[in-house]
Design a protein around this ligand. Structure first.
Ligand SMILES: Cc1cc2nc3c(=O)[nH]c(=O)nc-3n(C[C@H](O)[C@H](O)[C@H](O)COP(=O)(O)OP(=O)(O)OC[C@H]3O[C@@H](n4cnc5c(N)ncnc54)[C@H](O)[C@@H]3O)c2cc1C
Length: 368
């Protein structure tokens, strides 16, 4: 079977690319290794910009995707020495159930959907890609003119399209972690994504509340395992917000690629374009849905612009993405006003000694 475009990964980046290409008349195959709806470790905070991108391409968000109990205001940071800082979105966003959001996007993108199929290999030539798909024991190959790699943090597409970049920049910055979800309670406004900068921890831990469920997300880094980070976080949150957990916890491994923190994004090569986390697009707070949607939209435009001409879309994509990448890098350097999805004015010009210390520590831990 020959398609115009194979899209790997039915997260927000892949669904947006598939939607925009299908709407322009391209024959698109969207391949997702999990059967949908699939679990995705995510807090489900959509900024107003992310929501606008979804509504612009897919129409209104169906009520079942929304978490009605809470909106999404941004990030609230708790520091070891007592500091509390709010970094708001540009307005109130929404909170979603990620598994249902992604299933909605995939089901409404207009592409042929092959869920439950993993892409295990592909061969890339100029204007030709042949991908090998696997489902259980079954294998099948499909061909297309273009490829969009939207396969997230541990991207196979990045590894196959740019092996040297993957080895030098992406693999060393792949940060693994654990999301632990338990029943429990805490004195916490669920509209904020919580960020904890504990004294013992080396990174930044995240936490969020949904109804009577509390989720704690920690990373494995600098010789500390996730259990040690989790213990530090739990002790910190029980002191600061009265966290009490009960019952069995459910664990979900997480992965995030921090290559973009050093400005090392990779948008692919030739006829293979990388979007979302596969390209390193995630902001310092760990929000990546808006960037995935935006890059999926731009990748589709680049393919459409170059189709029919004897040029591969990669350079066009790079050119169209340049302002967004420059803005991301400039925001991190300035660390004032908006950084990624949120406004950091609460720590932009710290007055006291404690605030100055918190700001320095935060920048160090965010690697910005
Ligand atoms: C704990 C946690 C909380 C987060 N909270 C937020 C938040 O509140 N707001 C926010 O904006 N961001 C959040 N993020 C980040 C956000 O989840 C990601 O940045 C975003 O999902 C990236 O989208 P994507 O489309 O690039 O990739 P993904 O959403 O990761 O989708 C990639 C898809 O590709 C599929 N895939 C991978 N390999 C293959 C293969 N070989 N063949 C076929 N399919 C494949 C995967 O199964 C997956 O469905 C959070 C991340 C974590 C870990």
């Amino acid at each position: 079977m020959h398609y115009d475009v194979i899209v790997i990964g039915a997260g927000p980046g892949g669904c947006m690319a598939a939607r925009e290409l299908s709407a322009r008349g391209f024959r698109v195959l969207l391949v997702e290794r999990e059967a949908l709806p699939r679990e995705k470790a995510c807090a489900g905070f959509l900024s107003p910009e992310a929501l606008r991108l979804i509504e612009g391409a897919f129409g209104g968000l169906p009520p079942q995707c929304r978490n009605e109990e809470a909106g999404a205001l941004g990030v609230r940071l708790l520091c070891e020495r007592g500091g509390v800082y709010d970094f708001p979105f540009s307005g109130e966003g929404v909170s979603v159930e990620r598994s249902l959001l992604d299933a909605f996007l995939a089901g409404n993108c207009g592409a042929e959907l092959a869920d439950g199929y993993e892409v295990v290999d592909f061969d890339l030539r100029r204007f030709h890609v042949k991908a090998l798909l696997r489902k259980g024991e079954e294998e099948e190959s499909v061909e297309a003119t273009y490829l969009v790699g939207a396969d997230g943090a541990g991207s196979l597409s990045l590894r196959l399209v740019r092996p040297e970049f993957h080895r030098l920049y992406a693999a060393p910055r792949l940060e693994k972690g654990m999301l632990v979800v338990s029943e429990g309670r805490a004195d916490w406004d669920a509209r904020w994504m919580g960020l904890a900068m504990t004294g013992e921890g080396t990174g930044l831990a995240r936490f969020f509340a949904r109804g009577d469920r509390i989720s704690l997300a920690v990373s494995i880094r600098e010789g500390r395992g996730w259990r040690e980070e989790l213990d530090s976080l739990q002790a910190f949150l029980s002191r600061r917000v009265g966290l009490v957990l009960r019952g069995e916890a459910v664990r979900n491994p997480t992965a995030r690629n921090r290559m973009g923190a050093a400005g090392d994004y990779n948008l692919g090569a030739g006829c293979a374009l990388l979007v979302g986390e596969a390209a390193g697009l995630v902001d310092p707070w760990g929000f990546g849905i808006r960037l995935a949607l935006e890059s999926g939209r731009v990748a589709a435009a680049a393919v459409a612009d170059s189709a029919g001409e004897n040029i591969t879309p990669h350079l066009r994509y790079r050119y169209l993405m340049q302002p967004l990448l420059e803005e991301e890098i400039a925001q991190r350097r300035r660390f004032a006003g908006r950084v990624g999805e949120v406004d950091v004015s609460a720590l932009a010009s710290p007055r006291g000694r404690r605030e100055r210390g918190d700001r320095r520590a935060l920048r160090r831990r965010l690697h910005v």
